[in-house]
Design a protein around this ligand. Structure first.
Ligand SMILES: Nc1ncnc2c1ncn2[C@@H]1O[C@H](COP(=O)(O)OP(=O)(O)OP(=O)(O)O)[C@@H](O)[C@H]1O
Ligand SMILES: [Mg+2]
Length: 195
C-alpha cells in the first residue's frame, strides 16, 4: 500500500488550518487497527512520529509494559513540546481512545498554538481481533474490545467538542464502514490533516 492509496474522509472541522501552522496529529484507534502501519506509509506527511509503544519499550520491559506507561507519556509529552516549539509537525502514535488520553495531547497543542488534528484509525472487529491474536504478545482481548467499542461509538462532534480543529477518518482499505457515526459531514479530504 503506497501513500497515494490511503484515503481520508474529513468528518468535521472548525475551519481550515491556517498556512504555516504547526500540526499535532493524534491517531485514535484500538490496538492492532493499523496506526503504526499508517504512520509508516505516511512518514513524509505525518511529521515526527512519537510512539507510546516505543517509549514503553525504551523505558520499561517492552511495548506491553503498562507499568512504564506514566513515564512513557511524560517522555512523549516532553518530545512533543520540544518538536512543536521548533515548529515541527508531530503525530502521536498511541490508542488515545479515551477523552482523558486525548486531553494530554490537546493541552500540548494548545500551549504551542498548534492545530490539533484527530485521525480515526478503525478496522472491523474480526480483523482487529485476528491481528491482535496473531501477535507474539497479544493485548488482552477484553481491553482491545473496550477500545474498539469506544472508537466505534466516537462521533466527529465528540472530537470537535474536545477542541480538535479537524477530524479525519482513514478509510479502511477493505471499504468497510465504522458505523452510522462515520457518515461524512465534510468533503473528502485527500490530505492527512496537513497543509
Ligand atoms: N491495511 C492493512 N492491511 C493488512 N494488514 C494490516 C493493515 N494495517 C495493519 N495491518 C497489520 O495489522 C497489524 C497491526 O497493525 P499496527 O501494528 O499498525 O497496529 P497499531 O494500531 O499500531 O496497533 P497498536 O496500537 O497495538 O500499536 C500488523 O501486523 C499490520 O501488519
Ligand atoms: Mg502501533
Amino acid at each position: 500500500m503506497s501513500s497515494s492509496e490511503i484515503s481520508y474522509v474529513e468528518l468535521a472541522s472548525r475551519g481550515p488550518i491556517p498556512e504555516g501552522l504547526t500540526v499535532l496529529r493524534v491517531l485514535v484507534g484500538p490496538p492492532a487497527a493499523g496506526k503504526t502501519t499508517l504512520c509508516a506509509h505516511e512518514e513524509h506527511r505525518f511529521g515526527t512520529r512519537l510512539s507510546l509503544d516505543d517509549a514503553r519499550a525504551g523505558l520499561g520491559a517492552g511495548t506491553h509494559d503498562q507499568d512504564a506507561t506514566p513515564a512513557a507519556v511524560e517522555y512523549v509529552r516532553l518530545q512533543a513540546h520540544a518538536l512543536l516549539a521548533m515548529g515541527a509537525d508531530v503525530t502521536i502514535d498511541a490508542t488515545s481512545t479515551t477523552r482523558g488520553e486525548r486531553a494530554t495531547w490537546l493541552a500540548i497543542a494548545r500551549e504551542h498554538r498548534a492545530a490539533a488534528v484527530a485521525v480515526i484509525v478503525w478496522a472491523p472487529w474480526p480483523q482487529v481481533r485476528a491481528r491482535n491474536a496473531r501477535r507474539a504478545r497479544p493485548v488482552p482481548e477484553d481491553f482491545v474490545k473496550d477500545c474498539w467499542d469506544r472508537v466505534t461509538g466516537l462521533t466527529a462532534g465528540d472530537l470537535i467538542a474536545e477542541r480538535f480543529q479537524v477530524v479525519l477518518e482513514r478509510r479502511p482499505p477493505d471499504g468497510s464502514v465504522r458505523g452510522p457515526a462515520t457518515a461524512p459531514t465534510g468533503l473528502p479530504c485527500p490530505r492527512p490533516g496537513g497543509r
